[in-house]
Design a protein around this ligand. Structure first.
Ligand code: CP3
Length: 377
């Protein structure tokens, strides 16, 4: 049973309407003509670069510590444990949808969950992030990374199904960590500012690096597939820390693994748009877009229309308000929201989001105002 809430979902229809399966154009991206009139979600319309009924908006980390109702539910439950309980996952995922009326829900889980599910000793330490008991640094360590199977994560399938039924017309976004970002946690053993050990392995033993990324690509791609198979209507691949690399190294050491992860879900679920995002990736956007994605996520360091120019007309864009603006006076934030929406009108398709996740100290009332403003423009 869901934890009851006094607030109704904005779209209470319990049965999602059938989703048409547009045939992707040769580049892997949907052509605007693929947008069937029966796709009524503004978020999905924008992903497919078709006209949207209104400008869609959702926020990375919209579920989480910024919400008092999240903190109440999570009390006494360790982070990864909460990701294994379908009722908690479902309720936490729905909280921001109810509160804000955002145009998409994002599945509540974590990028390291599939690693824990295949038996890697990894935990999420509050205020620190993922910490790995035995870092991966040698060929023998690769044996600890078998392929992920749906049976490793039955609670994901169960929670996605329950969510899709609850959400009605509001699409659910599934997600996974990209091979580079997952590798950075596994090799470093935890969060790292400069990723020195990761880069040392990458430059020092390119063959081992390639095998590591290939194994992670299979895990990421399968995690996306499990969510799409259970009913997620879009997926996002988070390569949060890949902005630490120059473009030439991204192309040499990373892109093919990300392409493999994106290709796995693209092949089995061609009707599910893929979003590809990283922080500080202005110089990589073109190469990230070519890894096989319909939407490119943009952080706040480059203008949205410039990002769109870089990736070309075959991609929609998502972003890119600086999360720090949530702490600015309302007139300043409101002006930036208007500017972002205006810049988005000069792109083939735009989904408003932050340039990174909602900070835990953000005021939910400010996020609610941002959603209302975007929807009014
Ligand atoms: O609302 C959503 O966006 C869905 C949930 C979500 C979480 N993690 C829940 C979470 C998503 C999409 C993620 C992805 C994730 N996890 C990324 C990629 C996105 C990004 O921020 O770049 C990364 C790098 C991680 C790894 C990770 N997990 C970090 C760095 C942290 C923060 C550690 C801390 O305490 O500051 C986590 C923990 C985590 N994942 C929390 C949440 C809500 C906070 C833990 C808590 O609530 O106790």
């Amino acid at each position: 049973m869901l934890v009851s809430s006094p607030v109704e979902l904005p779209v209470p229809s319990p049965v999602p309407s059938p989703v048409p399966s547009p045939v992707p154009s040769p580049g892997g991206s949907f052509a605007p003509s693929d947008v069937s009139p029966s796709v009524t979600s503004p978020f999905l319309q924008a992903c497919r670069r078709g006209p949207a009924a209104h400008v869609p908006v959702w926020f990375m980390r919209q579920a989480g510590r910024s919400l008092p109702e999240y903190r109440a539910l999570r009390e006494g439950v360790p982070m990864l444990e909460s990701c294994r309980r379908p009722e908690l996952i479902t309720e936490i995922t729905l909280q921001p949808v109810r509160r804000y009326g955002v145009d998409a829900a994002i599945f509540f889980s974590d990028i390291v969950l599939p690693l824990a599910a295949i038996g890697v000793g990894i935990d999420i330490v509050a205020g620190v992030g993922p910490v790995v008991a035995e870092p991966v640094r040698s060929r023998a360590d690769l044996d600890r990374l078998p392929p992920l199977e749906a049976s490793h994560v039955p609670y994901v399938t169960e929670a996605v199904r329950a969510l899709v039924a609850e959400l009605g017309e509001t699409p659910l976004i599934g997600f996974a960590g990209a091979p580079f970002t997952l590798a950075s946690y596994l090799v470093e053993g935890g969060p790292s500012r400069d990723l020195t050990r990761t880069k040392a392995l990458m430059y020092g033993d390119p063959e081992l690096w390639a095998e590591l990324l290939d194994r992670l690509a299979v895990i990421s791609g399968e995690f996306l597939r499990v969510q799409a198979a259970a009913g997620a209507r879009a997926v996002q691949l988070f390569d949060s820390w890949v902005g630490a690399l120059p473009a030439r190294d991204y192309r040499t050491y990373v892109r093919s693994a990300s392409a493999r992860a994106l290709g796995l879900v693209g092949e089995s679920h061609p009707d599910v748009p893929r979003i590809h995002f990283g922080v500080g990736t202005g110089e990589l956007l073109c190469d990230m877009a070519s890894a096989g994605t319909e939407v490119i996520g943009v952080d706040f360091r480059i203008p949205l229309d410039e990002a769109s120019r870089r990736v070309g007309p075959d991609h929609a864009v998502q972003g890119n308000l600086d999360p720090a603006l949530l702490f600015a006076p309302w007139p300043v934030l409101a002006e930036r929201v208007r500017e972002t929406v205006e810049a988005g009108r000069r792109t083939p398709g735009h989904i408003v989001n932050l340039g990174h996740g909602v900070p835990p100290a953000a005021d939910p009332d400010v996020l609610a105002r941002v959603v209302d403003l975007v929807h009014s423009l």
